[in-house]
Design a protein around this ligand. Sequence first.
Ligand code: ADP
Ligand code: MG
Length: 242
Amino acid sequence: MSLLEVDGLTKTFGGLIAVDDFSLSVERGEIVGLIGPNGSGKSTVFNCIMGLYDVTDGTVRFDGEDITDDATHEVVNKGLSRVSQESNPIDSMSVAGNIELFTLPNSIVSFHGGASEAEIREYAARIDIEDELDQMPGELPHADVRRLEIAKALATEPELLLLDEPFAGMNQAEIAELSAQIERFREEGMTMVVVDHNMGGLMDLVDRVVVLNNGDFLAAGTPEEIAENQRVQEAYLAGEGL
Ligand code: ADP
Ligand code: MG
């Protein structure tokens, strides 16, 4: 049984079909890349999986259980977490406080009733921001703010982590570093779906790639196959390139 099965997912906004009959299966231990030009529906797929958008049609199953349209905190409690493409730390709280918030019983992502200082340090250490725990988010460089967002997701102890554009705004060195950290999560037993608008950071990271275009499934294959796929190249011609 696949860990995640998205079947026939459709999401419309008024007359706009953002995602059209899209299916995706993710096996335990895999790192799957989900790419597509801007506006192709990648974030909408994540929002539907996480219960942030009600689906128009289709089902989402996690570990064999139907979680379609479940409330977000229920989805998180079952073992899914998502790092959104926008960072949204609370600027008046320290890095540690921002992470702790994701462990509190009354937070939107209700989990295990608040973490100890040692547990918060451990979540931070898994993504190498343990030295920044006392800093305020506004003091951090962009790459560390993104790491904080990942630490918040780790604090819910997910089995499946959805990463939306984790490499955006990073330079090559930062991409390589984050990529190695994501690899480490896999060794810790996590399964991941990584969204990017192109192949940039994904080439050496993911096992396979699924391509969305205008809400439609376009192609799937190994990173090498996708990089050479003519139809994928064409879909990107109008944009900034694969
Ligand atoms: P991507 O993440 O691939 O860039 P999105 O999933 O953000 O694409 O968007 C897909 C399409 O759905 C876009 O046309 C976008 O404008 C639209 N869309 C996404 N979310 C909403 C929303 N909450 N309301 C209206 N339209 C939306
Ligand atoms: Mg997006």
